[in-house]
Design a protein around this ligand. Structure first.
Ligand SMILES: Nc1ncnc2c1ncn2[C@@H]1O[C@H](COP(=O)(O)OP(=O)(O)O)[C@@H](O)[C@H]1O
Ligand SMILES: [Mg+2]
Length: 314
């Protein structure tokens, strides 16, 4: 349904998005996860045809976002970071107006607006002026305007930002319910949001995609895995090489900031590698300063993927 191929976007010297590729299948709900300034909004604006890419191609339902932007817009509902709400209009009038500019035929507009209001549970405020609504309701009106032409694809840019905890829960549930009828990409910098609402996650940092996986897959692969911190007085290359030979070890990574050689050793779930580490340390006569085990959560994975220092070897 969505196919992004090697898309880059520069703003002068700033590389906002760098050679990004990913696909979203019909009916999927995918989280676009990354810290501030990662390039999420830029990617979404390219997908929604509001911003041209510097290079690369993107298609929605087979239509090119640049060459066939009108076809793409018909099939996309977009909730930008700041939804374009007309504060002085009543909810229903505003949605009718949006339906009109999105090309919904006059005879179908009433039903389109009623459906969008039902899906977003805003029927009870349909005659209210938008500016008097709470933030949670305003966000739902924003969702309703994205939905009103019943698009195949919904692109939601940080849909829960600025809401209070109860409103966040409501909006997340709402998005989950929409997932049956629409293909959805939502961006967020909040990891639990992705775990709670999405089936798959694309993690972006500094304009580059650093991981793509199912939410379950990411959790299984990393959370529950064990990570050891090992500190020894020995050359880092030798430590990395020897520890990597232990059965079940998936990654050995050096860290800086320690007086000695300190490495993180990640291993498969349920594999106890400490005895093997100890054997290697002893066999090589490395003075040992620390062996410490910790569980890796999805939070760690995210932090690790997004805050990796430049120049670290993994
Ligand atoms: N119109 C613009 N002009 C100049 N720089 C921009 C513009 N839009 C985004 N950027 C820069 O591109 C980078 C990515 O921004 P953005 O896509 O908004 O990230 P995110 O939505 O993940 O926070 C940032 O460094 C941002 O400052
Ligand atoms: Mg953004």
């Amino acid at each position: 349904m969505i196919d992004v191929q090697q898309v880059s976007r520069y703003f002068g010297d700033v590389t906002a998005v760098n050679d990004v590729s990913f696909k979203v299948e019909k009916g999927e709900i995918v989280g676009f996860l990354g810290p501030n300034a990662a390039g999420k909004t830029t990617t979404m604006r390219i997908l929604t045809t509001y911003l041209p890419a510097t290079s690369g191609t993107a298609t929605v339902a087979g239509y090119d976002v640049h060459e066939q932007s009108m076809e793409v817009r018909k099939r996309i509902g977009y909730l930008p970071e700041n939804p374009p709400l007309y504060q002085d209009m009543r909810v229903k009038d505003y949605l009718e107006f949006v339906a009109k500019i999105k090309g919904v035929a006059p005879a179908e507009r009433k039903k389109a607006v009623d459906d969008a209001m039902a899906k977003t549970a805003i029927g009870d405020v349909s005659t209210r002026v938008i500016k008097v609504l709470s933030k949670g309701y305003k966000q739902r009106v924003g969702l309703a305007q994205a939905l009103v032409h019943n698009p195949d694809v919904l692109i939601l840019d940080e849909p829960t930002v600025g809401l209070d905890p109860n409103q966040i829960i409501e909006v997340r549930q709402l998005i989950k319910r929409l997932a049956g009828d629409h293909t959805i990409i939502l961006s967020t910098h909040i990891l639990p949001e992705v775990s709670m609402t999405c089936e798959r996650v694309v993690i972006i940092n500094k304009g580059v995609i650093v991981a793509t996986d199912t939410t379950d897959g990411l959790t299984k692969k990393h959370a529950g895995a064990t990570r050891l911190t090992v500190s020894v007085d020995a050359p880092v290359a030798a430590v990395k090489e020897k520890l990597a030979t232990i059965k079940g070890v998936t990654k050995v990574e050096e860290t800086s900031g320690s007086e000695y050689t300190t490495v993180f050793v990640e291993s498969d779930k349920d594999v106890e590698i400490r005895p093997e580490v100890a054997k290697i340390v002893v066999a090589n006569n490395w003075p040992l300063y620390e062996i410490k085990a910790e569980d890796v959560s999805l939070e760690d994975v995210f932090l690790h993927l997004t805050t990796k220092e430049e120049g670290t070897v993994s």
